[in-house]
Design a protein around this ligand. Structure first.
Ligand SMILES: *[C@@H]1O[C@H](CO)[C@@H](O)[C@H](O)[C@H]1NC(C)=O
Ligand SMILES: *[C@@H]1O[C@H](CO)[C@@H](O)[C@H](O)[C@H]1NC(C)=O
Ligand SMILES: *[C@@H]1O[C@H](CO)[C@@H](O)[C@H](O)[C@H]1NC(C)=O
Ligand SMILES: *[C@@H]1O[C@H](CO)[C@@H](O)[C@H](O)[C@H]1NC(C)=O
Length: 244
């Protein structure tokens, strides 16, 4: 296992951006758009997007959970997009800096997605409204023969914040802090409410090698990578305090 600190994404205004290729010898995946299909092998980079919008914007005709790449959703006006390119099979902690981006102003929900013909997307996850903000997430990317099959949010039932009065457990699954405690909200809050998204990869690459990072996250959960992000320590759950 190797651990990397994935670069923070820039938030782009509803444009599905094509990232400039980064120089990495072992990265053989030439697809840099989150809306293009690809297959990957271990050591490749993999581009996916996270769209922020109202929950209803991710559903077409009240029934179909379409990918944000699907133009039928017409997400353009009300949404924000972050694009990431982690290395597959590395445990990464992605951050979305919210010093100038307030998720509650864009509908407060997010969906992770990639692909077009073989589109995959997560369920929509609650991020923030004017009362509560959730800052810690774990996203699992599941591949089969190197093709993305599924993205899902892994919850721990608020185990990481139980008993801590700084946090509220929403729907028995998300540890949330009061949005009024967050910086730059005009309420005198001091907490950096940037989002931390821990990634894990499961399944197989195109040569049928098994991704191990999901296994590692399950085992490392109590240690986590949040210690790498000491500037987030006020908003992340207390269990990580010992490791800063
Ligand atoms: C929307 O859903 C209804 C049934 O729920 C269906 O009759 C209708 O054809 C759908 N419209 C489109 C454009 O898919
Ligand atoms: C977000 O950006 C602000 C301003 O550039 C910076 O002060 C802050 O430390 C950043 N937060 C994180 C979590 O990177
Ligand atoms: C914010 O979200 C929480 C949890 O879903 C909900 O209980 C609360 O009513 C919401 N507040 C507002 C102002 O929408
Ligand atoms: C609650 O969590 C905050 C933020 O991680 C931490 O600063 C505080 O010490 C925790 N309180 C308790 C009682 O664990």
């Amino acid at each position: 296992m190797s651990i990397s600190k994935a670069s923070a994404a820039s938030i782009l205004l509803a444009i599905l951006a094509v990232l400039a290729p980064s120089i990495r010898a072992a990265d053989t995946n030439l697809v840099y758009s989150p809306c293009t299909d690809t297959t990957v092998q271990k050591s490749d980079g993999f581009t996916f997007g996270i769209a922020f919008a109202p929950r209803t914007s991710f559903v077409f005709n009240n029934t179909l959970q379409l990918s944000p790449c699907d133009s039928r959703l017409s997400l353009s006006s009300s949404s924000q997009l972050a694009v990431f390119r982690p290395k597959v099979d590395e445990i990464s902690l992605l951050t979305v800096n919210t010093s100038g981006f307030f998720p509650e102003n864009y509908g407060g929900y997010m969906v992770a997605f990639a692909g077009r013909k073989y589109a995959a997307r997560s369920n929509s996850a609650f991020v923030a409204n004017s009362t509560y903000t959730v800052t810690s997430f774990t996203l699992v990317l599941e591949f089969q023969k190197g093709r993305l099959q599924n993205l899902f949010w892994k919850r721990d039932g608020c185990a990481t914040c139980s008993g801590n009065s700084s946090f509220v457990c929403l729907n028995n699954q998300d540890c949330a802090i009061k949005t009024s405690s967050c910086k730059n909200r005009g309420s005198g809050g001091t907490v950096d409410c940037s989002l931390g998204i821990q990634l894990a990869f499961s399944g197989t690459d195109k040569h049928l090698s098994v991704f191990n990072s999901w296994y590692e996250v399950e085992n490392l959960r109590q240690y986590s990578l949040y210690k790498l992000y000491s500037n987030l320590k006020d908003s992340l759950t207390s269990q990580y305090n010992n490791f800063f």
